[in-house]
Design a protein around this ligand. Structure first.
Ligand code: KG4
Ligand code: ZN
Length: 349
């Protein structure tokens, strides 16, 4: 297997990693959370500027930790879509420049494909076909992984992504940013059954509900209304932990139902979870229990591989390079690109 230097700068983490044989030789993540915290969300211009400042030290650190040199590297990869344009350009330019200087192939990687490959890093014998539930700050997708680069999107969200819903609910409860980990921690001390909240079903024009699509904006509004009502009843004592637990329980139950139904309908016995929300303890508990009940295998990568990192990008690139997939120097960055169009990134001179 090829040794890849991977770079990830699609949002608010500057990350560089070296991966070979689905093994991490180094994985450096410089988080910008402290920078964006004061704004309550990611500020794109600040993110790009910070990536510029951190990228070179991160590359140096990746080599130092891995105890490898440029001679050991077979290819250089960077996330090119989807993400913040300015942020993506920093990683893409760094990767292309280094690939030109050291005469290595360059590979542009789809960020969500990276999240799929996080599973391969922690389960080295993991292979397609399987179902992947991708739940991050920007995406909520159910993807049938057929082969490297070959994906079918079976479910998505109609409005907010799962992570976005966690972040927005945390904001309306004045808990800070990013909301997911804070709500997760608070939920552990709360009663998940105290408040009944709507699961956010997506109606179909012919009647009934979409079996795999999600909608979280109604849930967010329901929490807002509930908070307003509770504040009127008792302005000094908002039951934050019970609210967090009830919200998390609703999201976890809804995602679990859709994922299990989708796997069973498509005869997929293996399920991988990816993206920041895969770190959520409520989702982990619900999915593990349901998978056991239906005799399905579910795999959650360790927490540091669920959130944004460059090891997952390098791992995806290694599989592509092994298959002879290489990107053109003309490949640019894109703020949006459906995962079904990943193969557009390769051999397109
Ligand atoms: O995958 P990721 O690191 O970045 C994106 O590509 O979006 O995901 C970040 C999202 C944020 O919305 C964050 O609140 C959420 O993942 N998140 C969590 C947890 N840890 C991170 N959501 C729920 N529970 C968690 N423990
Ligand atoms: Zn991500």
């Amino acid at each position: 297997m090829k040794t890849i230097l991977g770079i990830e700068t699609s949002c608010d983490e500057t990350a560089v990693a070296i991966v070979k044989n689905r093994q991490i030789y180094s994985s450096i993540v410089a988080s910008q959370i402290d920078l964006h915290k004061r704004y309550g969300g990611v500020v794109p211009e600040e993110a790009s500027r910070q990536h510029l400042l951190t990228i070179n030290p991160c590359i140096e650190e990746a080599f130092k930790t891995a105890k490898l040199t440029w001679n050991d590297i077979d290819g250089i990869a960077a996330t090119v879509a989807p993400g913040l344009i300015g942020a993506l350009m920093v990683g893409e330019t760094a990767a292309k420049t280094l690939a030109m200087i050291y005469q290595k192939p360059f590979l542009g990687i789809h960020h969500l494909e990276g999240h799929i490959y996080a599973t391969y890093l922690s389960q080295s014998n993991w292979n397609p076909p399987f179902l992947c539930l991708l739940v991050s700050g920007g995406h909520t997708s159910l993807i049938h992984v057929k082969d490297c680069g070959i994906y079918e999107q079976l479910g998505s969200t109609r409005d907010d992504a799962a992570g976005e819903a966690f972040d927005k609910v945390a904001r309306l409860l004045n808990l800070g940013y990013p909301g997911g980990p804070i709500i997760d921690k608070l939920a552990k001390t709360g009663n998940p059954k105290r408040f009944k909240l709507p699961e956010g079903k997506v109606s179909l024009p012919q009647g009934g509900y979409h079996p795999y699509d999600s909608s979280f904006s109604g849930l967010k509004t329901a929490v807002l209304r509930l908070v307003e009502k509770l504040k009127q009843e008792n302005p000094n004592q908002l039951p934050i932990a019970d609210l967090a637990a009830s919200f998390q329980e609703t999201v976890a139950r809804s995602l679990t139902k859709k994922t299990i139904t989708c796997a069973l309908d498509h005869n997929l016995t293996h399920i991988a979870i990816g993206g920041g929300v895969a770190a959520n303890s409520g989702l982990r508990n619900h999915l593990q229990e349901a998978a056991k009940e239906h005799n399905l295998t579910v795999h959650f990568p360790p927490l540091n591989l669920c959130t944004d990192n460059a090891a997952m990008i390098a791992c995806a690139a290694a599989e592509h390079l092994e298959k002879g997939h290489v990107s053109s120097w003309n490949l640019g960055v894109q703020s949006r690109l459906p995962i079904t169009e990943v193969m557009e990134l390769y051999n397109n001179e």
